[in-house]
Design a binder for this molecule. Structure first.
Ligand SMILES: *Cc1c(COP(=O)(O)O)cnc(C)c1O
Length: 359
């Protein structure tokens, strides 16, 4: 169904001040945003308007009781066109999160039409410089003015965008976290809800004070099994096989994780999705079979790990391994996104030009 989206174009484009060679991450916002309001029954007043501050009542329900969810996705510039990477997967996951948080689901056509209209109108903001892209942040939050814990009736859905430069990913040192948890059995670990991230900051700060870059989360019950790293999914190359923790209600099902598994299979590797213990990682490290550790997520794509710290001991995997599999995986994934490799799985979706000026 084609929805009516009102377009209010900015009179004060900031595009002229935008230097695509000096971007950073998450500090520059494009000219427009997409907004829709849920009135308790329907998504109404679909619109694209100038990116700006929004006014909220101090009693806005999301600020107190945390009904707030988000997505992270990217658009790329290739051969003079703008392309979205697997956008439907983000729409599906947004609704998985919405369901868990008792928030209204967003119909696919509203998500896709709002998204493509926004990226189209701001297409000149998609940087064409090497390794850069347009980071897209769809999110939804509860807007009832109401004190008292219950699901809100009204919600706001917004999409805004940030051009982002290449992510200089130095290999990371991670700390196996055996006390704090980012999720719990029966909890919200599989949902991209804001509270999960607020709750993870303390453990991350402590790990950083101890000289690590990130936390390697373990399962919240026994703390013996690896789950994920910070806000990225975890992979280990053991001998000739690649192992990644199987999905559970504790884990966020990364779209990069899924893409990595499909591409690794396509490259001829076997990927085992199964429980992976710290004990096994340590045993394979000592046997010399632990070759590569890497993590995946939309923001950074793929980052190698130097190794992991456990019980005051650092297991330097890089010192005995290499990065051959992770490097070829990253090249292939980047190749597809920047239009240099064949899009074997049909992941790239072209943003048709209707509203924006040519890039
Ligand atoms: C978003 C996220 C990921 C990565 O998901 P992608 O879809 O690959 O970006 C992994 N773990 C957590 C906790 C996340 O929030």
């Amino acid at each position: 169904m084609a929805h009516k989206i009102n377009i209010y174009k900015t009179q004060n484009s900031r595009l002229a001040e935008f230097d695509p060679h000096n971007i950073g991450f998450g500090k520059i916002f494009t000219d427009h945003m997409f907004v829709a309001d849920y009135d308790g029954k329907n998504w109404t007043d679909l619109r694209i308007e100038p990116y700006s501050q929004i006014q909220l009542s101090p009693a806005t329900s999301a600020l107190h009781y945390g009904q707030a969810i988000f997505e992270g996705m990217k658009a790329f510039s290739a051969s003079g066109e703008v392309w979205l990477f697997r956008p439907k997967e983000n729409w599906k996951r947004l609704n998985t999160s919405a369901k868990r948080m008792v928030m209204p689901e967003l119909p696919e056509d509203i998500f896709m039409q709002g998204l493509t209209a926004l990226v189209d109108i701001d297409r000149q903001w998609v940087p064409g410089t090497d390794g850069s892209s347009l980071y897209i942040r769809p999110f939804m939050f509860a807007t009832d003015e109401h004190v008292g814990v219950r699901p809100s009736e009204k919600y706001k859905f917004i999409i805004f965008c940030c051009p982002v430069g290449p992510y200089y990913n130095n290999p990371l040192r991670v700390k196996v976290e055996e006390h704090y948890s980012r999720s719990a059995p029966g909890g919200t670990g599989f949902a991209k809800c804001s509270g999960n991230y607020g709750g993870s900051l303390f453990a991350t700060k402590k790990a950083q004070e101890e000289g690590f870059d990130q936390v390697l989360w373990t399962d919240p019950v026994t703390h013996e099994f690896v789950e994920e790293t910070g806000t990225t999914n975890f992979f280990a190359v053991i001998g000739k096989n690649i192992v990644t923790p199987d999905l559970s209600e504790n884990l966020l099902a990364g779209i990069t994780r899924d893409s990595a598994i499909k591409l690794l299979n396509h490259m001829g590797y076997e990927v085992e999705e199964r429980p992976l213990s710290i004990l096994e990682l340590k045993k394979e490290f000592h046997n010399g079979n632990l070759k590569e550790l890497f993590i995946t997520g939309t923001a950074a794509t793929l980052i190698n790990l130097v190794g992991f710290g456990h019980n005051h001991h650092f297991f330097d995997v890089m010192a005995q391994g290499d990065t051959s599999i992770s490097s070829s995986l990253k090249s292939l994934l980047d190749g597809i996104r920047y239009g240099q490799s064949e899009d074997v799985f049909g992941w790239m979706q072209k943003v048709e030009q209707e509203l924006g000026e040519p890039a």
